[in-house]
Ligand binder design. Structure first.
Ligand SMILES: Nc1ncnc2c1ncn2[C@@H]1O[C@H](COP(=O)(O)OP(=O)(O)O)[C@@H](O)[C@H]1O
Ligand SMILES: CC(=O)OP(=O)(O)O
Ligand SMILES: [Mg+2]
Length: 393
């Protein structure tokens, strides 16, 4: 019986894989991840039913080939393969089975996410080659945000830019928000379409979302995953005027500056190159490093400012929810963000915050605005959509 689903998440320099044994599984039976792909210091590791530990020069294709070859006997009974696809443009409002037609439509929107979508397409065609005949599904980061009202997704630029070139705000991390919204409703014993939430997804990429009665009404990322919050290496919001100014000052090309805004900015840039990793910065701050403090303070302030702005579109907030690696694990960052959001009377319960929430995920004191920590699981959401959209026994 065909029961298992493989989830493939091809990032710009990483690859994450998970094998789910059946539609109700909450944990995968194999998890694998590859990092620093495309360099000679790449690594690939897998745990669960198989184990792998490989380092050296490797690109995405080689890593995916190595995984599929090592996991061959476990991939005999696949019901489907689910791919994370970062940009679906306006074409895709839900996950979709991959056919010749949908792959062509996907190629057409890929120019909108040049760092991400070409890798996603590579994963899709390699799986077609190595695991022929298995149904494949695309799950989009952008899809959940297609419910945003026009005023939230328009930029204040000539409307023809949207009409002719699709220049608008799309938003990302939608698979995470969809999972977290449903999981929050379950934990609060409420219906998802009855809840108003502000969710902060703080990982390597960071964004936040206003969810009104279960649907996205505003989010911080835009045309590309560069807008909004300060991230590990991405700047978030900047004045586009800085491009012209820096070209004038340094003679850099637009390409080089975009590279800097994507890869050398954010926490890494603000800490003068110390680290893009929040855990490392917190450790450095403990030993008195002021570069780390500067980066962390700017990060927390920016999150608070955006969370507050996102609440514009909600009559009330049922809960503020933290997710992603930083949101799920760092009590001190949550505390600093909420302290920076000064016009809301948040009060955290220290003990609950330090243990990343009670059973429900609550970290706030009773009788004060509800704040929850809800771990996200994009891979599980992708597996569920893949089961929903494939024809298996
Ligand atoms: N205990 C912790 N305290 C602070 N930051 C943490 C902790 N655990 C993980 N992080 C941070 O979470 C970030 C990675 O988030 P994650 O969601 O795992 O990334 P990705 O977006 O690649 O999935 C890193 O900045 C990491 O330092
Ligand atoms: C869209 C995006 O920012 O993705 P990630 O968090 O995986 O970098
Ligand atoms: Mg993650």
């Amino acid at each position: 019986m065909e029961r298992s689903v493989l989830v493939v998440n091809c990032g710009s320099s990483s690859l994450k894989l998970a094998l789910y044994p059946d539609p109700n599984a909450t944990q995968p039976t194999i998890e694998a991840s590859a990092e620093r792909l495309g360099t000679d210091k790449a690594s690939l590791s897998a745990s669960g039913l198989i184990s792998l530990d490989q380092t050296g020069a490797m690109n995405h294709e080689e890593a995916l080939r190595a995984f599929i070859s090592a996991a061959e006997s476990e991939l005999q009974h696949l019901a489907g393969i689910g791919h994370r696809v970062v940009h679906g443009g306006e074409t895709f409002v839900d996950s979709t089975p991959l056919t010749k037609d949908t792959i062509e439509q996907l190629e057409a929107v890929s120019g909108l996410a040049p760092l991400h979508n070409p890798m996603n397409l590579m994963g899709i065609s390699l799986c077609q080659e190595l695991l022929p005949g298995i149904e494949q599904v695309a799950v989009f980061d952008t899809a959940f945000h297609q419910t945003m009202p026009e005023q939230a997704w328009l930029y204040g630029v000539p409307y023809e830019w949207y009409e002719q070139f699709g220049v608008r705000r799309y938003g990302f991390h939608g698979t995470s928000y969809r999972f977290v919204a449903a999981e929050t409703a379950r934990r609060m014993d409420r219906e998802a379409d009855d809840l108003n939430l502000i969710v902060a997804h703080l990982g390597n990429g960071c964004s936040a979302c206003a969810i009104r009665q279960g649907v996205s009404v505003d989010t911080t990322m835009g045309l590309t995953p560069l807008e909004g919050l300060i991230m590990g290496t991405r700047s978030g919001d900047v004045d586009p005027g800085l491009l012209d100014y820096m070209i004038e000052k340094t003679g850099s090309s637009v390409d080089a500056l975009m590279q800097t805004l994507n890869k050398q900015s954010g926490l890494k840039g603000l800490s003068s190159g110390l680290s893009n990793d929040m855990r490392s910065l917190l450790e450095a701050e403990e030993s008195g490093n002021t570069d780390a403090t500067r980066a962390i303070d700017a990060f927390c302030f920016r999150v608070a400012r955006h969370l507050s702005a996102l609440s514009t579109n909600l009559t009330h907030i049922d809960s503020v929810v933290f997710t992603g690696g930083i949101g799920e694990h760092s009590a001190v960052i949550r505390q600093r963000i909420l302290a920076a959001w000064r016009n809301m009377p948040f009060r955290l319960n220290q003990e609950l915050n330090n243990q990343n929430g009670d059973n429900q995920g609550r970290i706030s004191e009773q009788g004060t605005p509800l704040v929850l920590v809800v771990p996200t699981d994009e891979e599980r959401m992708i597996a569920q959509d893949t089961y929903r959209l494939t024809h298996h026994d």
